[in-house]
Write a protein that binds this ligand. Structure first.
Ligand code: AHR
Length: 534
């Protein structure tokens, strides 16, 4: 291919094969409505979306159920180190390379007094966590979490209590964490045995304050003003902070977008980003009736709609304010979650709550979410798979170890392989119809390029058929096949457990060597990662 212009590159390939339509289904790369049964992926190294911000593959640990106690922290366990950290879990998270972890909530944070969780452990109060009706011993708090983050090599994203908490106490926590010494709160930290400041950069100003379930829930303008005051006081202590305002807790909220607009109208100039949350289900929420998997597998496109809509609100307020600052997005809670919904801890310590068991179809959609986050690398700077251990999580522990759920694999693969620049791929794919949504491409593809390494992440939403794929290289194709794996299986409802931890497990994928065109087939209902290098 000699032509320099992308348009002529696409035009030539289109003339040679199926018609490219102008019907871009969503911002990204899929040209839907291909007449051919073969899907085509056009890789042009000159076409990039953005440099991949690895923080889009972050995660989340809340004081909820067994996420902290029995998850990452279990003093007395034969698997714990001298700090009480579970060594097996710590090693696994470290190996995965989770870049950023949100803490301590979630709903928990809106009733949390951070002072209860610092200082000598024998003086810390045992309290009732009202968010999850659970007994909280406070044996694990801010300093333990930050120590654990250092051990696993993750950056912390700290949540602040904007429910029962005040801007004064939020700013006090910043001073406790980031001021070196010589002030009330920094000296308290030093008394607690932490001499050096933690220098925490990223902070969430509250959690889901639009939700009726949230402790301290309030109207948008009231929250916007409180967030503004909070941010202002925090910045007086440390002007370098990156602050995230609390956006709508899901697109299903009646106040969706209105909440975000009003909040930002009150605090736009004081914050850097806004949060997005969404959990996805494969059943009918009203009736509980069984799901529609073909539709379910398109929900990562809903995630993209949400990203575009919230970005639109940010840009509206930006323009109204005549501001030169562009906010970034923090999709800091996302996952599949609909079976283990009971959040009543019955006043127990570390109860089994929200221990969702993930099946193959959930994992495929999680792969789709990772693809979507990559494609929005120009706007989403942070995103957190909610959550990391035991609670709606990729790994589950017991006294003897842990096992990996199906969703672990696509998440771990993107952590491992997605690097460098996100490619603005052009993808032709046959489509299927989803009622109320229209044409959905069978193939959902994202790609990254790191020097001479190109990685493609391919979700095949076709429940019944393997799909032929042709990769067309705009420039010299890389000639070696590297890491290459696929997640699939006969039973979409299959899941892993302690008894059968490898029921759904990755298999090696026979990726072909490249030529100017590379052809292969992806199995029905599968998620495949293929890495090529030169
Ligand atoms: O992640 C579980 C809960 O879901 C979080 O505490 C809350 O923010 C969301 O509603």
């Amino acid at each position: 291919m000699k032509s320099n212009s992308r348009r002529s590159f696409l035009k030539q390939t289109a003339m040679a094969g199926t018609a490219l339509t102008a019907n871009r289904w969503f911002k990204g790369n899929v040209f839907a409505q291909s007449a051919s049964t073969t899907a085509r992926i056009y890789v042009d190294p000159a076409q990039k979306i953005a440099t991949l911000e690895r923080k889009v593959f972050g995660s989340f640990i809340e004081h909820l159920g067994r996420a902290v106690y029995g998850g990452i922290y279990e003093p007395g366990s034969r698997l714990a180190d001298a700090n009480g950290f579970r060594k097996d879990v710590l090693e696994e998270i470290k190996r995965m390379g989770v870049p950023i972890i949100r803490y301590p909530g979630g709903n928990f944070v809106s009733g949390y007094n951070w002072l209860d969780g610092v200082g000598p452990k024998d003086k810390r109060p045992v309290v009732l966590d009202k968010a999850w009706n659970t007994i909280e011993t406070n044996q694990f708090g801010t300093n333990e979490f930050l120590e654990w983050c250092r051990a696993v090599g993750s950056e912390p994203l700290l949540g602040l209590n904007l429910g029962t908490g005040t801007p004064e106490m939020a700013a006090a926590l910043v001073e406790y964490c980031n001021q070196e010494k010589g002030t009330k709160w920094s000296e308290l930290r030093r008394e607690h045995g932490v001499e050096k400041p933690h220098n925490i950069k990223y902070w969430c100003i509250g959690n889901e304050m639009d939700g009726w379930w949230q402790i301290g829930h309030m109207p948008a303008r009231e929250y916007g003003l409180k967030a503004r005051d909070c941010a202002n006081q925090m910045r007086m202590i440390d002007p370098s902070l990156q602050l995230i305002a609390c956006g709508s807790s899901s697109p299903g909220m009646q106040t969706y977008l209105e909440w975000d607009r009003q909040v930002l109208e009150e605090c736009y100039d004081m914050v850097d980003g806004i949060s997005l949350h969404c959990y996805y289900r494969n059943d009918d929420q009203e009736t509980g009736a069984g799901g529609d998997t073909a539709k379910f597998l398109s929900f990562n496109l809903e995630m993209e709609n949400q990203i575009n809509e919230i970005a639109g609100v940010c840009d509206y307020v930006k323009a109204r304010n005549r501001s030169s600052k562009k906010l970034w997005l923090s999709f800091d809670e996302w996952n599949v979650w609909y079976r283990a919904r009971n959040g009543d801890g019955k006043r127990q310590q570390a109860p089994h709550l929200l221990e969702e068991v993930y099946n193959l179809e959930d994992a495929l959609l999680v792969g789709g979410f990772c693809n979507s986050l990559m494609r929005h690398a120009e706007r989403v700077r942070i995103a957190c798979l909610a959550q990391l251990v035991n609670v709606i999580a990729p790994i589950t522990t017991n006294a003897d170890g842990f096992f990996r759920h199906t969703i672990y694999y696509p998440y771990a693969w993107t952590l491992q392989c997605a690097r460098g620049e996100v490619l603005d791929l052009a993808v032709e794919s046959p489509t299927y119809n989803v009622q109320g949504k229209g044409a959905v491409p069978y193939l959902d593809v994202s790609g990254t390029m790191d020097g001479k390494n190109v990685t493609l992440f391919v979700l095949n939403r076709d429940l019944n058929k393997a799909r032929d794929v042709e990769v067309i290289w705009r420039e010299a194709a890389p000639d070696k096949v590297g890491f290459s794996q696929v997640l699939t299986g006969r039973d979409l409802k299959a899941f892993n457990s302690f008894e059968n931890p490898n029921k759904v497990a990755p298999q090696p994928f026979e990726a072909p060597k490249t030529g100017s065109k590379t052809k292969f087939q992806v199995p029905a209902h599968s998620y495949t990662v293929i890495q090529w290098s030169s």
